[in-house]
Design a protein around this ligand. Structure first.
Ligand SMILES: [Zn+2]
Length: 253
């Protein structure tokens, strides 16, 4: 059998933390057939369950983690703090947390999995408290400020915001974030992040929300890759319609 090794985008600030593994996987290196080619990790978009199971196994193996934990994402602002693998349902080798859009833990061996196609995955790690998080933030998540709320919630559990580093995944770029009905859909406080008549810079919005929650400017890294423009390497809902979902994972080894 021949397959391309799954490849992932990593962040310099997160790579510097000993024992931490992370990455936003490209669409390459999996087994799914078009239109999910090839490393699709979503169950509910029409792909074959056996292919998804194999893709998830490859993601887990390439990171060397014991478990992956996922959550049914609903474009809201709910955080699930995962204390242990015990008690969570095992679905095809992946543990299932209750519905939400952010996962956090300070346990070793749990890879927090967020699935994206244009939406941002925001990875957080605090080397002091060892709290890590993975946040799903599409434009609705931006409007709900899930990034800022997650940081504030975790601060109450011991997160040191000044030490926390963050990475924002490849996502819908300002080049393609067109919101024709923005006056109705996008709150006015975001209008200063408008970069064209109806285009917005959601990476800048996330950076601003993380800064407002207490993170230092120099600790926030952004992958300047647009999933719509670069859909040869990433899944893009806007660019393709029916397509796969990329895996974004962070965990302590
Ligand atoms: Zn673009």
């Amino acid at each position: 059998m021949e397959f391309e090794e799954p490849q992932r985008v990593t962040f310099e600030n997160l790579s510097r933390l000993p024992g931490l593994v992370h990455g936003v996987f490209t669409r390459h290196g999996g087994v799914s057939a078009p239109p999910y080619q090839s490393l699709n990790v979503a169950w509910n978009n029409g792909d074959l369950p056996d292919a998804v199971r194999e893709n998830l196994k490859r993601v887990k193996m390439s990171l060397g983690l014991e478990w992956l934990v996922s959550t049914p994402q609903v474009h809201g602002d709910v955080l699930n703090f995962i204390r242990a693998a015990q008690g969570l349902e095992d679905r095809g080798g992946v543990l299932l947390a209750p519905p939400g859009d952010a996962l956090a833990t300070n346990s070793t061996g749990l890879g927090l999995l967020i699935k994206v196609a244009d939406c941002q995955s925001i990875l957080l790690a605090d080397p002091q408290s060892r709290i890590i998080a993975n946040i799903h933030s599409g434009w609705r998540g931006s409007v709900a400020n899930i990034a800022g709320k997650t940081v504030k919630h975790l601060e109450r559990l011991g997160l040191n915001t000044r030490k926390t580093v963050a990475g924002i995944s490849p996502s819908l770029g300002p080049c393609c974030a067109e919101f024709i009905n923005y006056e109705r859909e996008i709150p006015e406080e975001f209008w200063r992040f408008r970069v064209g008549p109806v285009h917005f810079d959601f990476r800048a919005i996330s950076r601003w929300q993380l800064r407002a929650a207490g993170l230092a400017e120099e600790n926030i890294e952004v992958a300047a890759k647009c999933t719509v423009c670069e859909r040869a390497d990433y899944f893009s809902y806007r660019g393709e319609g029916e397509t796969g979902r990329l895996a974004s994972v962070i965990g302590w080894k």
